[in-house]
Design a protein. Sequence first.
Length: 135
Amino acid sequence: LVVAQRLIRKLCGECKRPVEDPDLVLLKNLGFTEEERAQVASGELVLYEEGEDDGCSRCRGLGYKGRRAVAEALYFSRRIRHMVADAAEEKLDEMAVKAAAQEEGMLTLQDSARTVVKAGESSVREMMRVISTDT
C-alpha cells in the first residue's frame, strides 16, 4: 500500500458563505462531473468559500478553522503487482499504473479533495492550492 496525503484547510463553520457565481469551466477542469456541475448550476449542490468577517470570533477573520487530510491510497492488487514485475528492466509506466488503480476504485488526491469541497468542508480555492502540484 502506498499513501499520499495533504492537509486541506477547513472552512470556518461560522462565517463560510455560498459561492454566488461558481465557475463551471474551472469545476470541469478540477474533475467535477457533468452531473455535479449541473447540480451546482441549479443550486442543488452548494459550494462554499471563506467568509470575510474580520469580527468572526471562531476564525478571527481568516475564513478557515482547522485542517483535515485528503489522501490517495494505491493498493498493490494482483494486476498492479504484475505491472510492476513486468517492468522490472524497463521504465514503469506510472500513468498506466494510476489508470489501473483508478479502474479498481482508487480515489486520487484530486478526487478526495473534491469530495471535501462538495461536502462544504473546504473551498475550491483551497482545493486548487493543495492539489496544484498533483494535477
